[in-house]
Write a protein that binds this ligand. Structure first.
Ligand code: AMP
Length: 467
């Protein structure tokens, strides 16, 4: 299939050429004609599949007809990063259309947004909390919205945004075209889809598993040897840009510093950075100034950086769905990528759960010559603060409940304690400085009542045979 087959407005064809897209991705091939025919869409696709252009292109096409200078398309994103990336995609793809898009999210000046909204953009890309702030202040009018996109709905649910989404739905006309995108289909997303979509066409890409352009490997290791193993992997493998995931903000920060000390061009993004610090880190990673970015799941949401060759799970994610989201950062569109996961003995059940969702065994690898037996704690990344509950796929109801259970209470997940008040700081503000947990340094000291004992050192082969 070719983009020409869609018969998009010529102004949009110029944008596609500017973006450098040659052939539509599978989701684009299916979704663009569906949306252009006026039908509602349920898009089951993870990030990295080209889903943004799948809804942006037909919306731009439709907006070329009809009135201007009023919001006619509303795209709701769970995070500021995703909102910015969608906005940038609109700017590139719509560069010859004279259609205008603005972003609306928290953590930045509301007055600047008000000024931009007054200019009458045709497209608004918004995070729910700040959008509701504008609704409350009457600085946005959503009564002319013809197109509504709810992007990464599973993340919205995960972040406690569904009540906000329902409030926003009351502000947009009932007669509209709606597109709902989600990487996974939990009962909550199904219910939302039933409520917001009318006779939708479902387009499913990749069976919610990561792009098959990604190869997966797991590296068994004891917790205290993770950093040395990571350093070896970085030394041995033919890696380009690398995105490393940790479980906590603290670990992301410390690991980023440890990698920099070891001579790598690395940085980290985590919840305690200000928006401008995050921007500097992201821009540095995007431009190649930093080769390695260490991030937490929340901080990495929506990151769209081309050419990430490796995603490394320094800490295994809390749910299989989180694995898929992480891995979606590599192997994007037409590129290939590798996903490495460092696994400890505690991670066995999660490895099984991930293998199940991927529908194949993640290849187990060891690094020849690496000293797996060293017993001294030679990594200065603090331990994971709390024991995870054993993961049981059969008992897990919604995909996200497991992650909520497993993580709470955690500073980064504070926003999961949902607030009904639109003015409350929300997930798009989740990166504002928050109270850090008390230091975890001594938390695992052996024998202390009610506290976890240190993870036993596993030596060499015995440990490896557990995987
Ligand atoms: P998305 O899934 O929308 O986040 O897109 C993932 C990446 O693929 C983005 O960097 C897009 O610019 C890129 N992309 C989207 N569509 C195409 C296409 N048809 N050909 C090549 N790259 C694409």
């Amino acid at each position: 299939m070719d983009f020409k087959d869609f018969n998009l407005n010529p102004a949009i064809a110029a944008g596609i050429a500017a973006a450098g897209y040659k052939t539509p991705t599978p989701i684009q091939s299916e979704a663009i004609p569906t949306v252009m025919s006026g039908l509602d869409l349920m898009g089951l696709a993870q990030t990295g599949t080209g889903k943004t252009a799948a809804f942006v292109l037909p919306i731009l096409h439709a907006l070329m007809q009809g009135s201007r200078n009023r919001p006619r398309a509303l795209i709701i994103s769970p995070t500021r990063e995703l909102a910015e990336q969608t906005h940038q995609a609109i700017e590139v793809l719509g560069r010859n259309t004279r259609l205008h898009s603005v972003t609306v999210y928290g953590g930045v000046s509301i007055n600047t947004q008000i000024t931009k909204l007054r200019r009458g953009p045709e497209i608004i890309v918004a995070c729910p909390g700040r959008l509701l702030d504008h609704v409350g202040r009457r600085t946005v009018d959503l009564s002319n919205v013809d197109f509504l996109v709810i992007d990464e709905a599973d993340q919205m649910f995960d972040m406690g945004f569904l009540p906000d989404i329902r409030r926003i739905l009351q502000q947009v006309p009932k007669k509209r075209q709606t597109m709902l995108f989600s990487a996974t289909m939990s009962p909550e997303i199904k219910r939302l889809a039933q409520d917001v979509l009318v006779k939708p066409v479902t387009v499913k890409v990749g069976d919610t598993a990561p792009a098959d352009t990604v190869s997966h490997a797991r590296y068994p290791v004891s917790p205290n040897r993770k950093t040395p193993l990571l350093l070896e992997l970085l030394r041995h493998s033919d890696m380009g840009s690398v995105l490393v995931f940790t479980r906590t903000k603290h670990r992301a920060k410390r690991l980023g510093e440890a990698l920099a000390r070891a001579g790598h061009r690395s940085t980290s993004i985590q919840g305690n950075l200000s928006q401008s610090q995050r921007q500097v880190a992201m821009d540095g990673f995007r431009s190649g100034r930093y080769r390695i970015l260490v991030a937490t799941d929340i901080a990495a949401r929506g990151i769209d950086v081309n050419g990430i060759s490796h995603v490394i799970n320094y800490d295994i994610p809390a749910t299989p769905e989180a694995y898929i989201h992480r891995i979606g950062r590599t192997g994007r569109a037409t590129c290939t990528g590798d996903a490495f996961t460092l696994v400890t003995s505690e991670d066995a059940s999660m490895v099984r759960a991930i293998s199940k969702i991927l529908d194949y065994q993640i290849e187990r690898r060891t690094l020849p010559g690496f000293d797996y037996k060293a017993s001294v704690r030679d990594d200065d990344v603090p331990p994971i603060p709390q024991a995870r509950k054993p993961y049981s796929p059969s008992s897990r109801k919604p995909a996200f409940a497991a992650s909520e259970r497993a993580f709470q209470p955690r500073a980064e997940h504070v926003f999961q304690q949902k607030s009904e008040r639109p003015s409350q700081p929300r997930a798009e503000n989740a990166f504002q400085p928050r109270a850090e947990r008390p230091s975890q340094q001594n938390r695992f000291s052996a024998g202390e009542p009610g506290r976890r004992k240190p993870v036993r050192q596993h030596a060499g082969r015995d440990f490896m045979q557990k995987y």
